[in-house]
Design a protein around this ligand. Structure first.
Ligand SMILES: Nc1ncnc2c1ncn2[C@@H]1O[C@H](COP(=O)(O)OP(=O)(O)O)[C@@H](O)[C@H]1O
Ligand SMILES: [Mg+2]
Length: 343
């Protein structure tokens, strides 16, 4: 796809769970391919339940995929085992939505970070202490936080600590699963800015999972849109947000309520209606067809391949080319008529 070598490549990944319905499978991730280049922040968006976390968890080994490949610097992780796999996988770290999930309440912050340092072989006390302070500084926290316990910190500070702890093992890739969703609105942008700083300063690539499209737009250079276990659209943030081509992306964007009543009144694309179908029994053909305003009979027959409508901009819809061609060019603000003409 690009000449730049990817740091992480996921090919045709499938992760299924045993369903409560006997003999059936929850197809949470059903043939997903994505890639991250070094130092790139890439968004992964889609409604709740579409498989974003399962994809992220599969990449770091918290879920076991049925098939597909995960490559780190072109090394296929499925070809590794035991210690070699653990060591290689360390380059990919997961940042949870709830920072409590990754912090032990009985450990001070300094101890938690030191534990991670020991994993990569830093045993010297002085070096450990120096590195703990360095890492806290990198995430914008003072040294004194090292002596504190997680419960003594605010949500935003805890998330910073969780990030510092992930960084301790010097990862190449962070999988950030809704890392600011649990935080107060007022501190979200501060933590978001931290991700941008880390990307710039450390060159860590980041898969940024979020259902909040506005957040992703702010941070990510490229975006994958996921629906019911599949990637339905991908492209630069500009492509996906300004020239959305899959009807799902369009509906998703239209679902963001606008503060401007004029925009609300002139909505062209209907906002997303109804609920996401069950991943145990997804619709045949295109999975979005049951909620798609443009669906025709053909959509039920075969799964639509990704149609490339621009460099790196793809949409899995049989109408992608037409949608792209008939794209409504945004009109400039209507000019107010001079008083004398409006009478
Ligand atoms: N451990 C599990 N066992 C069974 N089903 C699961 C499990 N984890 C997730 N699922 C199901 O997989 C689908 C995708 O879930 P998830 O990856 O959490 O989506 P998202 O993060 O996009 O909200 C959902 O239908 C969810 O109920
Ligand atoms: Mg999730």
């Amino acid at each position: 796809m690009s000449s730049t070598k990817s740091v992480l490549r996921v090919e045709n990944l499938v992760t299924r769970f045993k369903s409560v319905e006997r003999g059936k499978w929850v197809k949470a991730v059903d043939g997903v391919s994505i890639e991250l280049r070094p130092g790139e922040i890439v968004g992964l968006v889609g409604e709740s339940g579409c498989g974003k976390s399962t994809l992220g968890r599969s990449i770091v080994g918290l879920e076991r995929p049925q098939s597909g490949r995960i490559l780190l610097d072109d090394i296929d992780l499925s070809g590794l085992g035991g210690r070699k796999l653990r060591e290689t996988r360390r380059a990919i770290q997961y940042v949870f939505q709830d920072p409590y999930a990754s912090l032990n309440d009985r450990q001070t912050i300094g101890e938690a970070i030191t534990e991670a340092l020991v994993i990569i072989g830093i045993h010297d006390r002085t070096r450990q202490r120096r590195r703990v302070h360095e890492l806290l500084d990198q995430v914008g926290l003072p040294d004194t936080v090292a002596e504190r316990y997680p419960r003594e910190l605010s949500g935003g500070q805890r998330q910073r600590v969780a990030i510092a702890r992930s960084l301790a093992v010097e990862p190449r890739v962070l999988i950030c699963d809704e890392p600011v969703s649990a935080l107060d609105l007022s501190i979200r942008s501060q933590v978001m800015n931290l991700f941008l700083t880390l990307q710039k300063d450390l060159g860590v690539a980041c898969l940024f999972i979020a259902h909040d499209l506005a957040l992703v737009r702010q941070a990510a250079s490229r975006v994958y849109v996921m629906y019911l276990g599949k990637i339905v659209e991908q492209g630069t943030s500009l492509d996906v947000y300004e020239r959305p081509t899959h009807p799902y992306t369009r509906a998703l964007l239209a679902s963001i309520p606008s503060a401007d009543p004029r925009i609300e009144a002139t909505r062209e694309v209907p906002a997303l209606l109804g609920d996401i179908p069950s991943p145990t029994n997804p619709p045949s053909g295109c999975r979005f067809r049951t909620r798609c305003p443009s669906a025709v009979e053909a959509c039920a027959v075969a799964e639509p391949p990704t149609v490339w409508v621009g460099p790196g901009h793809g949409a899995a819809c049989i109408f992608a080319a037409q949608i792209r061609a008939t794209e409504v060019v945004p009109q400039p603000e209507p000019q107010r008529l001079p008083q004398q003409l409006s009478a």
